[in-house]
Design a protein around this ligand. Structure first.
Ligand code: HEM
Length: 411
């Protein structure tokens, strides 16, 4: 919040883009409702600007500037302290997660090692499993006539899918699903720390089990991978697994919730995709452009350089606001508008990232989102927001919706 010299808050319209950027903190819950309006004003004035929040960082909101920073790994490292994706894993701050937080050849080797689990064919092979758990979840829900679709549906399915990829048995998947939901909705730091410790111990047990008895799953592959002549230690593996679980479920769960909200707010669009489910494919892609679930991640400057006219020094931290890039008026016409028929061939959106760390799970995410929405629209075609329900958007590393209290006619 910006105050005038007398200490009174000023309206956003009275504040210049540089000043708006200076007080911008993507983790402040107050940012969520107007995140894109605020970032739009900042972007049009200064697409690379300094913020004084969170010990100081550089907010990058322009398309070209974000793409440049994501692609120039010789100037910008994926390792960043306290900003971006790894900040969702507070339990293991000291360890460096292989792949996610590493650069260059070390990073390439890791990606190549895991690639087979993330091909379009591997993603398509999850279709039936995703469909089965969607149906099971919805069948239990239907007789109730009302539910919060976030806790009851969008956050139920993705943890089971990533758990299965990691090679967890059915009961362990259910355990994981329950604990990550509790962890990421904990109301106090103490509660989060307690759940975090139990969760880290669980993952450590799984890692040790895979070392002793390797399977053909993603976790066994991570545990056995030899990169630069060594295998990752237990601390690195726990952090990497936590990030993999977070990448694999927070994103898809929140993207699905945002998609449902988009359908609730846009009845004509909802009618079109319900009548013609094949349209869910372009719908998901436009959703990831318009409101990418990964809203902002970080980089660290490694050499004296410039970006968008700003001089940067080693150690400066950048925040790449992917969703703002996707609305940059220099690249997209009416970027703020959700358009199912948008021509995507001219400018690729950056909702899946760009450069060497571009989303490894994008094919899987597309399958999960398409199937989750398809099954929901088939099972409960008439769901509506409950009267007087308030819907609160969230923003931070991840963009989503806190709750979606809906009701439908009981059959
Ligand atoms: C709508 C859903 C999703 C969105 C919008 C999304 C977006 C992104 C973005 C923007 C990045 C790049 C971050 C950066 O460069 O700083 C990324 C990386 C990554 N994503 Fe996703 N993601 C989604 C779902 C998934 C899923 C389901 C998985 C499955 C595990 C996944 C796995 C990963 C991994 C492993 C990386 C890191 C790749 C690397 O460091 O080389 N993502 N994602």
């Amino acid at each position: 919040m910006v105050l005038d010299s007398g200490g009174a808050p000023r309206r956003e319209a009275e504040i210049g883009p540089g000043e708006l950027a200076w007080s911008f903190n993507h983790l402040d819950p107050a940012v969520a409702e107007t995140a894109y309006e605020t970032m739009g004003r900042i972007r049009r004035g200064c697409p690379v600007a300094r913020s004084g929040e969170l010990d100081g960082f550089v907010l990058v909101t322009g398309y070209d500037e974000i793409r440049e920073a994501a692609q120039a790994s010789d100037r910008f490292s994926a390792y960043v302290d306290g900003l971006g994706a790894a900040a969702v894993v507070t339990e293991m701050r000291e360890a460096v997660a292989p792949m996610f937080e590493t650069d260059d050849d070390h990073h390439h080797q890791w990606r190549r090692t895991l690639m087979d689990f993330f091909t379009p064919a591997a993603a398509a092979a999850q279709d039936q499993y995703v469909r089965a758990i969607c149906r099971e979840t919805l069948q239990e829900m239907i007789p109730r006539g009302a539910a919060d679709l976030v806790s009851g549906y969008t956050r139920q399915v993705p943890p089971l899918v990533i758990g299965r990829m990691l090679g967890l048995a059915e009961l362990e998947r259910a355990w994981l699903s329950e604990h990550v939901r509790a962890l990421y909705s904990a109301e106090t730091l103490l509660e989060a720390q307690q759940i975090g410790r139990v969760y880290a111990d669980f993952l450590l047990g799984q890692i040790r089990e895979r070392r002793a008895r390797p399977g053909r799953d993603l976790l066994s592959c991570m545990v056995a991978a030899e990169v630069d002549g060594r295998i990752a230690n237990e601390e690195e593996l726990v952090k990497m697994t936590m990030l993999m679980v977070a990448a694999g479920h927070l994103t898809t769960a929140d993207a699905c919730a945002t998609a449902v909200l988009q359908l609730l707010e846009n009845p004509a669009l909802r009618e079109r995709v319900t009548a013609l489910p094949v349209l869910l494919e372009p719908f998901v892609e436009e959703l990831v452009r318009h409101e990418p679930a990964v809203a902002a991640t970080g980089r660290t400057v490694t050499t004296h350089t410039h970006l968008g006219g700003l001089t940067l020094e080693p150690g400066d931290r950048l925040l790449l606001a992917w969703g703002s890039a996707n609305r940059d008026e220099r690249r997209f016409d009416d970027g703020d508008v959700f358009r199912l028929d948008r021509d995507r061939s001219r400018t690729p959106h950056l909702g899946w990232g760009s450069g060497e760390h571009r989303c490894l799970g994008r094919h899987l995410a597309r399958v999960e989102l398409r199937v989750m929405l398809d099954e929901l629209l088939r099972a409960i075609p008439d769901f509506q927001l409950q009267p007087h329900a308030t819907v609160r958007r969230t923003f931070g590393v991840i963009r989503g919706v806190a709750t979606l209290p809906v009701q439908w006619s009981r059959r």
